[in-house]
Design a protein around this ligand. Structure first.
Ligand SMILES: Cc1cc2nc3c(=O)[nH]c(=O)nc-3n(C[C@H](O)[C@H](O)[C@H](O)COP(=O)(O)OP(=O)(O)OC[C@H]3O[C@@H](n4cnc5c(N)ncnc54)[C@H](O)[C@@H]3O)c2cc1C
Length: 483
């Protein structure tokens, strides 16, 4: 870590003076202010203001911003490669959205072999490439590395796989914790054991730039604002689904929609990097989730209500889509054909959410009455579904039906659509270097996970984040060794 103190401290000071605050809420504003104030600050205020208000500064080799799947993995591999690493996390615990996820996607692993599943690199490549607009080079990079990464997760962290469906690898432990959640807690421990300095409640608020190179970050820690100077900064702060202003800008039709994401998913890394000249791409690409449950104002994703055999009906009691279609297609159908709200109807075989969320009854007619639907309409809808189940010809083309919906008790859960995944983000090269608006890498700045536009357009984001987190750490190690 090289010494670069005075100009950087003054630059940050000017920023905090202009922003008029020490606990910054708007990283972009701070960095922009820093840029415009740089000249005056360096010539006029440097000496006197440093004495009274200079934030505490320290040095490390690598700073990672965000302790979800991508950040924990990047920190782990950077540390394993011999670097001193500080991992900043905004929330009171690690995990991010990764901790909410269900599966890890990969190909050609021993886990798949053990479950008798054949799923090759070409299978995964072809699957990913089915999404229009996916970049073939990024797709190849991902599928070449997803298997190795999944085996590292399972073998090194010690996760017991409990089922495999094609590319999807699952684990549910005795506490009900799923694979990605187990992964983040074990990775957190592994990072601590390796000596990564994990700092909770410590959001990064700005990137520090000197002579065109990112040389550190400003942190709003529990005890105040300070700078960390570093040879490399890896942004892994997740997407922007919980940033209402950004959703209004990039998906105006969904501006008032809820999100399944944590409240920390506010696009901080995108805003910080954009403020110093980073490019973004695919910002208007999203995955929308059709089955959010409003739990006293907190939106919870209850995808199992369709995946485990339930159907979706309008508030008039009629089906409107193939419930097993992809997230966004079902969400769009819900908006267009169901007035933006639906009931998930399940029987005892298909119940796949917290029963406390559900209205239940012993008959379909009784259930209909309880949720204010005409009993004859809902009974006819179920009868039609059962006819499709028996003949294998569903009226909406659904092929995976799972339950005939004929075993009492019956359940109904109100669901609404919302923002689930932001597919665009910081433009990166194949190795995780953040690009500027001319397409050139910004020295010292890297990114992985949902904060990036990884050109895979929402495919398998947990595996993509962890895979590119590992690859990006390797890029950092290699770039730093060449300097
Ligand atoms: C309910 C749900 C279910 C899902 N299920 C699946 C699934 O089964 N399979 C799948 O592949 N994908 C799934 N996804 C998507 C997937 O979980 C995410 O896209 C992926 O985990 C993102 O990983 P990440 O590390 O980039 O971001 P995150 O895991 O969100 O981590 C980002 C971290 O950065 C922190 N942070 C934010 N700003 C700052 C800052 N300024 N300073 C410091 N820290 C900051 C956040 O607090 C967070 O801890 C699901 C998503 C949700 C919401």
């Amino acid at each position: 870590m090289k010494k670069r103190w005075l100009s950087i401290v003054s630059l940050l000071l000017a920023a905090s003076l202009l922003a008029g605050c020490s606990g910054q809420q708007n990283p972009a504003a701070q960095t922009t202010a820093a840029a415009s104030a740089q000249t005056e600050a360096q010539t006029e205020t440097q000496t006197e203001t440093q004495e009274s208000t200079a934030p505490v500064s320290e040095e490390t080799d690598v700073v990672v911003i965000g302790a979800g799947g991508a950040g924990l993995t990047a920190a782990y591999f950077a540390r394993e490669g011999g670097k001193e690493v500080i991992l900043l996390e905004k929330q009171i615990m690690t995990g991010g959205n990764t901790a909410q996820a269900g599966f890890f996607a990969a190909n050609s692993t021993h886990m798949q072999e053990e479950f008798g599943v054949t799923y090759t690199e070409e299978d995964q490549y072809n699957f990913v490439m089915e999404t229009p607009g996916v970049d073939p080079d990024f797709a190849r990079r991902f599928v070449e590395n997803s298997g190795l990464t999944a085996e590292w997760v399972v073998d090194t962290l010690g996760i017991k796989v409990t089922s495999v469906t094609g590319r999807e690898i699952y684990s549910v432990d005795e506490n009900g914790s799923k694979l990605p959640n187990q992964m983040v807690s074990k990775l957190t421990e592994a990072n601590e054991n390796l000596g990564v300095d994990i700092r909770l409640q410590s959001p990064a608020t700005a990137l520090i730039v000197e002579d065109g190179r990112v040389v550190g970050v400003t942190v709003d820690g529990p005890d105040g604002t300070y700078n960390i100077m570093a040879d490399a900064v890896i942004i892994a702060s997740g997407g922007f689904a919980a940033n209402k202003d950004m959703i209004a800008e990039y998906a105006p039709d969904w501006a008032d929609a809820p999100t399944s994401n944590t409240s920390a998913t506010t696009g901080d890394g995108i805003l910080m990097a954009e403020a110093i000249g980073a490019a973004t791409s695919n910002m208007t690409e999203f995955t929308f989730n059709p089955t959010l449950y409003d739990n006293n104002g907190v939106a919870m994703s209850v995808s199992g209500v369709r995946y485990e055999g339930g159907i979706l009906v309008t508030y008039e009691g009629e089906r409107f889509t193939d419930e097993m279609a992809n997230y966004s297609d079902v969400a769009y159908a819900e908006v267009k054909k169901a007035d933006g709200k639906a009931w998930a109807i399940m029987d005892a075989n298909a119940l796949a959410c917290n029963p406390n969320y559900a209205v239940s009854a012993d008959t379909i007619e009784e259930l209909a009455e309880k949720i204010d639907i005409d009993p004859a309409v809902l009974a006819q809808t179920i009868a039609d579904y059962q006819a499709g189940y028996d003949s294998g010809e569903d009226a909406f083309g659904r092929t995976d039906m799972r339950s005939r919906l004929d075993e009492a008790p019956y359940y109904a859960v109100p669901v609404i659509p919302g923002v689930h995944h932001t597919r665009g983000g910081l433009s990166i090269d194949l190795d995780g270097r953040v690009l500027d608006t001319d397409g050139a890498p910004i020295p010292g700045l890297y990114a992985a996970g949902e904060v990036t536009d990884n050109k895979l357009l929402g495919n398998d984001p947990v595996a993509v984040g962890v895979t590119f987190g590992r690859l990006t750490a390797q890029t950092v190690l290699s770039d730093l060794s060449e300097e």
